[in-house]
Design a binder for this molecule. Structure first.
Ligand code: ZN
Length: 158
């Protein structure tokens, strides 16, 4: 278990398409453990493997709804509804932007035992699934913002 360095915007690794995982190995199991440690330490609700420099189709998500999800080779098979809200990313620290996402998604993936699972998400979980899966395609949320990015810090009073 270890905290890994989170790559930030401008690092080429965030713009690459990730490769599928064909079998579980000790290295991948350690990577997943480290991704959870890194996400929790950074107070994130999700983290994708390329954010720690590994070009594999693995994400971890915990939106504090009582369950954490490890999604390997995830695919969104249903998406409907719409939500417009603020989004941030551990790879773009100190920034947020408004992004339109489906309000409900169904995602098929493999879990850490390489068993097929289906995760259904609404609201924040749907947003997190979409955001993390975008990372696996080299897409950052800033590519999709309605009005660009803005700082999370309060503006200084003159
Ligand atoms: Zn992100």
């Amino acid at each position: 278990m270890a905290i890994r360095k989170i790559r930030v915007d401008g690092d080429d690794v965030l713009r690459k398409v990730c490769k599928p995982v064909d079998k579980m190995t000790g290295r991948i199991a350690t990577l997943i453990d480290d991704m959870y440690d890194t996400m929790y330490e950074a107070n994130g609700v999700g983290l994708a493997a390329p954010q720690v420099g590994i070009l594999k189709r693995i994400v971890v998500i915990d939106v504090c709804d009582g369950e954490a999800y490890t999604l390997i080779n995830p695919v969104i098979v249903e998406a409907d509804g719409e939500q417009v809200g603020d989004e941030g990313c551990l790879s773009l620290p100190g920034l947020i932007g408004t992004v339109k996402r489906p309000n409900h998604v169904v995602c098929k993936a493999l879990n850490e035992n390489m068993e097929e699972i289906t995760v259904e998400g609404e609201g924040l979980l749907a947003r997190a699934i979409c955001h993390e899966l975008d990372h696996l395609e080299g897409i950052l949320y800033k590519d999709k913002t309605e009005d660009g990015l803005y700082s999370t810090e309060a503006p200084e009073e003159a």
